[in-house]
Ligand binder design. Structure first.
Ligand code: ZN
Length: 149
């Protein structure tokens, strides 16, 4: 494949760039990230060249609908706030645990009243773009141009 930018022949499929630059396995974990996407992620234990790391798509986001967030966030808020009030004799460090989870739960509950479907759609679209570039994209090793044939 010829580069559409510089017409160079030193081009490569993005997927090949990632696969040849990656070694290692994977583990599965559960968590909440800073965007409040609660989900299960396949965290990769790996060593990668910086180029492979750049083009590796993140794990497919598992997104919660607003009612799931509202009910789950509401219920866990009540539980953790109760735990926090009930933890008066726990010692300050241990009290931070229910306090922290209360905040996360309340934020999730409040977040469910925003336009979650368009937020979820944005997160999904961003992931899809990276995924498509990974699956079908090409890269020029001469000028750095990325394109979809
Ligand atoms: Zn080029």
């Amino acid at each position: 494949m010829k580069c559409p930018e510089c017409a160079g022949n030193n081009t490569q499929k993005v997927k090949v760039t990632v696969l040849t630059g990656t070694t290692g396995g994977s583990v599965t974990g559960v968590g909440v990230n800073t965007n409040l996407d609660l989900g299960i992620a396949r965290a990769k234990i790996k060593t990668q060249t910086s180029m492979a790391a750049k083009y590796t798509p993140p794990p497919e986001p598992i997104l919660m609908g607003k009612w799931t967030m509202r009910i789950f966030g509401g219920l866990t808020s009540v539980i953790f706030i109760y735990m926090w009030f009930d933890s008066a004799d726990w010692g300050i460090i241990f009290r931070l645990v229910p306090a922290g989870f209360s905040v996360v739960s309340i934020l999730m509950f409040l977040f469910s009243f925003t336009d979650t479907s368009s937020t979820n759609k944005n997160i999904r679209n961003k992931w899809q773009v990276k995924k498509d570039l990974y699956e079908k994209g090409w890269i020029c090793l001469q000028c750095g141009k990325e394109w979809m044939p």
